[in-house]
Design a protein. Structure first.
Length: 94
């Protein structure tokens, strides 16, 4: 299963969330199947988004898309937003 992992460290969570929510339909068009948003215990505006994707190729296309780069700027990042296309290698039991 392919995934996209994005790290956002932002100035304002509410501004981030507005951009994040507005981008949902575009993510879906690129093959996103939904995901989860995590907050770091280090800071309330240090966020990680993990999305399931239909194909690894579509995940990479999403990351490389011009509008994705624009959205990364619109979330008012403290540092560069980092995004990774990931491919699951194995499931590890507890």
């Amino acid at each position: 299963m392919p995934y996209v992992l994005i790290h956002h460290n932002v100035i304002d969570y509410d501004k981030f969330r507005a951009v994040f929510d507005d981008d949902a339909e575009r993510r879906k068009r690129f093959g996103c199947r939904g995901g989860r948003l995590f907050r770091s215990t280090v800071g309330s505006n240090d966020l990680f988004a993990l999305f399931e994707w239909d194909t690894l190729e579509n995940a990479k296309r999403f990351i490389d898309d011009y509008e994705t780069g624009e959205a990364f700027e619109w979330v008012f990042p403290v540092e560069e937003v980092k995004a990774f296309a990931l491919e699951e290698v194995d499931s590890v039991p507890v």
